[in-house]
Design a protein around this ligand. Sequence first.
Ligand SMILES: [Mn+2]
Length: 328
Amino acid sequence: MKKDFITNNKVDMADYTRALELIEKSRYILIITHVNPDADSISSALALSNLFFENKIKHKVFNISSDLPSNLDFLARFDKITDQLPKFFDLAISVDCGTIKRLGIQLDKSIPLINFDHHKSNNDFGTINIVDPMKSSTAEIVYDFFKYNGLYITKNIAEALYVGIYDDSLAFSLGRCDEYTFDKVNHLVEYGASPSSIANKLKRRDSLAKYRIIPKVLNSLELYDEGKIGSVIALHEWFQETGAHTRDCEDALNMIMSMHIVKVAFFVRVVDNECRVSLRSKGNIDVSNVAGKFNGGGHFNAAGCTFDSLDIENIRQIVLKEILETTK
Ligand SMILES: [Mn+2]
């Protein structure tokens, strides 16, 4: 099992061992999820948190904000995630943080950091770096960490890892999903993750507000370059009018991407007093490069960046120009 289950791995196998050794000798561990956390970051953190809890390893799961995706509330130890830093910790573990900025805090240089991630933009900012951009999700990399070290995957851990892989691969629809991904998912189901129950909890608990704001967002659609490029926006007042959360309109971008003619799409909205841009593409268009031009990052087909300016229409034009440059 140890020999053949990760034959496509870019990670140095010895790092899995080193990471576990470091975990075992630490007195208090801080697991850090990224700013604007997604299912992959939270799930990867909770898989580790459940392992630590079951083995009486002192730790906290931290996010800079207390505003977490509530559809993940069924995962074990979700309610233990905190926005308060402990007074003492002698090991930090970041999960799914593509850049050190994504941690949301500045770590003391003397504290060792284990960096679990799958972003192309990751520049190995940790003491131990377990980074592989070919993986569907960070959860898949955390799964490998469990397997390689012979750690037991409980039902709670299996559920968390399944959620991370399922969500980050857009329900197994992205190119980074391969036979190894399905092999892992198969095992996670054997260990107790229920695909139907998880899909129901993740996808079928939407608010009414979501269906009030999405039509507004879709209505803002503009197409360029004979429909190959699409953009949508969300105005600040739409959130106030509908009571929707920022996360409620994220599906609108996937809807635009589902149109046959659209090859690249982006979404501009104001969140927390800055303009956030999400980019998606199909096939061989690298949107992480576009995001990189504006100090953002991400993956080949899904990336993002932020702007200090709140001028949505202006930012729409700036990003469009960059995409036209990239795709011409
Ligand atoms: Mn991820």
